[in-house]
Design a protein around this ligand. Structure first.
Ligand code: KG4
Ligand code: ZN
Length: 333
């Protein structure tokens, strides 16, 4: 039995969790800074780092109490070492190393993106690889083939804006506030998704994505047609983005012979994306899995779980490792 404390501070969520054997979540505490950043219309890195320093110790303490373990019950400390905001990452990495040192247990550095792919399996143990994971967040848009837990290959990613970034930018332009995704999702419910045909870039070629064109197209359309109904713009924009995401994920699953598809990242909360992906899975005979909103967005349970597999396969991470804001994904196949 291996019990791991996970720590996540790569962006604006301060999180700690205790997970047993990479599967059983004993506790998962997330303190979101969303209210602190909302009035600036986005995450302010300096403010995020300062908030992590204030929040992390109580969040870790709460995670241990909720799990009903003390330091003698922790076998390793796992922490996100990248990618993310450097000031934010350093807070978590320093805390994790210090705890590993005083508790005399291994430290495990975790790639935040890999943790998003592991998250689906944490909530759905019956999900059988190989699967295709569509990771769609404010910072990333990726299609990933997971051949088994801990073994994956990125097959496509965005060449410009991330999907969530496009939602946030369009919402900002339309005056709907931050974060933009939930606002557009809500507004779109009253709109007609076929009102305006926005472009679907690169939909039928390859697995890479591009969302900056659709964003510009929305802005140009609204400038030219100031009387257009905002709900129709939101619904049509959302339709274009979801259409591209689901078409590509579906094609990837078919070509790779995957048994299922799963979503990860904040945009996975999008109601139309969830519905369409499940419909596609039903049509194609695939196991579709939509992790809960809490598991799609940043949390430390996915970090602790990934730490378990990395510790098992690669051993402890040396204590002189740094945080890397641009950490790339190693390809494990
Ligand atoms: O994964 P996440 O919480 O944070 C990172 O980017 O790391 O994702 C946040 C992104 C934001 O861009 C937000 O607008 C988007 O997820 N989002 C949504 C929805 N809820 C959150 N996008 C579309 N529809 C939603 N319902
Ligand atoms: Zn994330």
């Amino acid at each position: 039995m291996t019990t791991i404390l996970g720590i996540e501070t790569s962006c604006d969520e301060t999180a700690a969790a205790v997970v047993r054997d990479g599967r059983v979540v004993l506790s998962s505490v997330v303190s979101s800074q969303i209210d602190i950043h909302a009035r600036f219309g986005g995450v302010v890195p300096e403010i995020a780092s300062r908030a992590h320093v204030e929040l992390l110790t109580p969040v870790i303490a709460e995670a241990l109490v909720e799990a009903g373990v003390d330091e003698t019950g922790i076998d390793a400390v796992a922490c996100t070492v990248g990618p993310g905001l450097i000031g934010s990452l350093l807070v978590g990495v320093s805390a994790a190393k210090a705890l590993a040192l005083v508790w005399d247990v291994p430290f495990v550095g975790v790639n935040h993106l890999e943790a998003h792919f592991v998250a689906a399996f944490l909530e759905e143990p019956e999900l059988e690889p190989p699967i295709v994971v569509l990771l769609v967040s404010g910072g990333h848009t990726m299609l990933v083939e997971v051949s088994e837990i801990g073994k994956y290959r990125v097959i496509g990613s965005t060449i410009d804006d991330a999907a969530g970034e496009a939602f946030d930018k369009v919402a900002r332009f339309l005056g709907l506030g931050y974060p933009g995704g939930p606002a557009i999702d809500r507004e779109a419910m009253a709109g007609d998704p076929n009102a305006i045909r926005f472009p679907r870039a690169m939909m039928d070629s390859g697995y890479d994505f591009s969302f900056s064109g659709v964003k510009t197209s929305v802005i140009n359309h609204v400038r030219k047609n100031p009387e257009v109904v905002t709900a129709d713009v939101c619904a049509s924009f959302q339709e274009a983005v979801v259409d591209v995401l689901v078409t590509k994920a579906r094609r990837a699953a078919k070509e790779l012979g995957a048994k299922g598809m799963a979503l990860a990242g904040g945009v996975a909360a999008n109601s139309v994306l969830r519905e369409r992906l499940l419909d596609a899975c039903t049509d194609d005979g695939l196991h579709g899995f939509l992790p809960s909103r809490a598991m799609c967005t940043d949390n430390a349970a996915m970090i602790a779980a990934t730490g378990y597999y990395r510790l098992r396969d690669d051993g402890p991470t040396p204590l002189d490792v740094g945080a890397d804001p641009n950490l790339r994904l190693a390809i494990f196949t």
